[in-house]
Design a protein around this ligand. Sequence first.
Ligand code: ZN
Length: 462
Amino acid sequence: MTRSLVDGIRERAYVLFWEARGLTTPSAGLRARTRWLQKSQHWPRARLDDLRDRKLRALVSHAWNTIPRYRRLMEAHGVRPEDIRTHVDLPRLPVLTKDELREHGSELRATGVTEIEENVTGGTTGAPTRVARDVAGATWQRASYWRGFSWGGLELGHAWVQLFGGSLGVGAARRFNRVKNWVAGKTFLPAFELGPDNVGRYVEAIERSGARHLVGYTSACYLLASLVERAGLRLKLDAVFPTAEVLPPQWAEVMTRVFGARVLPYYGCGEVQSLGYSCPEADEPTYHTSDEHVILEVESREGAASFEGEGAFLVTDLDNRAMPLIRYRNGDAGLLAGQGCSCGRTLGRILRIDGRVNDVLLTVRGDAVSGAIGPHAFRLTRGVEAFQIVQRRPGQVTLRIVTGQGFDASAEEAMLRKVFDEHLGPEAMVDFEYVDRVQKTAAGKARFVINEFLGGAPPSPR
Ligand SMILES: [Zn+2]
């Protein structure tokens, strides 16, 4: 049998498996749920709001009734479940902080809910955060994921490639994972082992898989594109879905050029994974929020919250009954807008993600400036492969740069100095450091800003 015939049978069997699963366990019906979401994305906005308000009321009552610690938090805030009628009432509820979740996570689990999985995140600055999920909540999350990918043509069962952390490894567990991945059409390639010496093997593996879609760390997808180009290789894809890191526009351009693919970043965090997916039709980079499943708010410096505008994100997962996360401050910030996209979807929009709010820079006077200044400044440069901004005291930055072809140090340094002077103040100190590679975090993510003055954890030398 030819490979494409085998793959066709595999895909069909995998889809049938999920259809059958939905019949025996409706709460796990991933296919039905995804089909449903394909319709609800076009609902009149009032109907969508109705759905999320109903879910919100049920979630708040559930948290009140099954989690004594959550009830105490609400009482301390002078709010009872009946005070929350619609999403507009959300700001009456307390904000759930990372510290609260990390230190008291076990007390934030609901009683009487069958948990199916636990997700462990973070750990670079202390104990890791653990989030439990139940079957129905996980299905909503995954269905939102597959709907988002479908906007770029990737459907459940299709062959696809993942470029994330971890290694290929050996042993029985790995072999089992390989079989499971094969059935799902998924080819996993380790992001951090990719380099100039083995890029050819990565390209071969992707071509052998028949995949037309790549999902992975933003920095890894970009690295693959630039290595493919430099080695004079060819790898054509339909769409790339980069995630977990801010996407500088020049990286998107390289991926588009090399892969001939659409670049559709998506957004989530370890605790609430399906937050936003790129609209393929919007003129400006736009993520549509998974409004049937989550509510995003932005928090201003004064502590007020709203559903549009700029600020730190507060995330409510409407479907996690095992461990309700309500108004969770996930550490990211950005710009939210309501519905109004040219594609006709009535879902809300994220127009910008600034990355971790902790990754800020301080001006000479001590004011905070978003770390998004990094991608903003470096988009004006030429011949920069990678960069990282390290701040050791207010008004000072060290720009670590990995140079590529056509880099003109004196011109670029003058330009970058000018941009940072503008943002950090006229007495700003800007130093340059030329390096072979920039360090990543312990979790393997690229970091554009490391604020050592504010206590940013030094990254592992990976
Ligand atoms: Zn749209």
